[in-house]
Ligand binder design. Structure first.
Ligand code: ATP
Length: 239
């Protein structure tokens, strides 16, 4: 059974049809990337999965059960964590405190256990050890992205939704973030990743889907997508 399945999903903002009849699957253990140009409907798709926008039609199944109509907190409790675009790190809290907040969906954990788990994140993100006590507002774009990822992982999700993790980051930082995504998958978390940077998205993905004006234009393995000249030129910056 697919971990995540979208069936004929449609989302509108008033008159604007942001997503139209989108069907896709994410299998357990996969990294799947959703590509497309600005305004293609990628963020809207993620927001629908995590309960932040209400679809007009279609079905969203997680582990075979519908997520339609569930509140965002309920969806997190079911095992889906969303790392939003723009990171949303609290400026007045330290990096460590921000990371600890990621466990707030998990009941029965003591503050001490949460602190120990946050410290264990430093293994996956050795850089965070250096800035764990720095306040959110002092962090660089790359550091904010690491904190947002670590916070998402603190929810112990079975599915991690990532919205443009490379946005606004220097190339060397992007490489570091994608190494972490590969490591997250190696440790058993399934990842659904939205990327403008198709080259990076496809470099870690098992499969990709390409959205065009809210509709599915193409899907396949990274190799198959690169090999399609039209798609490569239009969406992937290739030739
Ligand atoms: P980007 O990379 O720019 O975020 P995207 O592929 O994620 O693009 P969406 O943000 O999902 O695309 O937007 C899809 C369409 O829906 C666009 O036409 C956008 O203008 C519109 N849209 C997005 N959010 C809203 C909103 N809150 N109200 C009205 N229209 C919206």
């Amino acid at each position: 059974m697919a971990l995540l399945e979208l069936r004929d999903l449609s989302v509108s903002y008033g008159e604007v049809r942001a997503v139209e009849g989108l069907s896709l699957t994410v299998e357990p253990g996969e990294v799947v990337t959703l590509l497309g140009s600005n305004g293609a409907g990628k963020s809207t798709t993620l927001k629908a999965i995590s309960g932040l926008v209400r679809p007009r039609a279609g079905q969203i199944l997680f582990e075979g059960r519908s997520l339609m109509g569930c509140r965002p907190e309920e969806i997190v409790r079911r095992g889906v964590a969303h790392v939003p675009e723009g990171r949303r790190v609290f400026p007045g809290l330290t990096a460590r405190e921000n990371i600890m907040l990621g466990a707030s969906n998990r009941s029965g954990l003591s503050k001490r256990q949460i602190r120990a788990e946050a410290d264990a994140m430093f293994e996956l993100f050795p850089d965070i050890a250096r800035f764990g006590d720095a306040l959110g507002w002092t962090l660089s774009g790359g550091q904010l992205q690491m904190v947002a990822l670590a916070r998402g992982l603190m929810a112990k999700p079975r599915l991690l939704l990532l919205d443009e993790p490379s946005l606004g980051l220097a190339p060397v930082i992007v490489q570091a973030v994608f190494r972490i995504i590969a490591e997250v998958r190696r440790r058993g978390t399934t990842v659904f990743l939205i990327e403008q940077n198709a080259r990076m998205g496809l470099s870690v993905a098992d499969r990709g889907y390409v959205l065009e004006s809210g509709r599915l234009a193409l899907s396949g393995t990274p190799e198959a997508l690169w090999a399609n000249d039209d798609i490569s030129a239009a969406y992937l910056g290739g030739s």
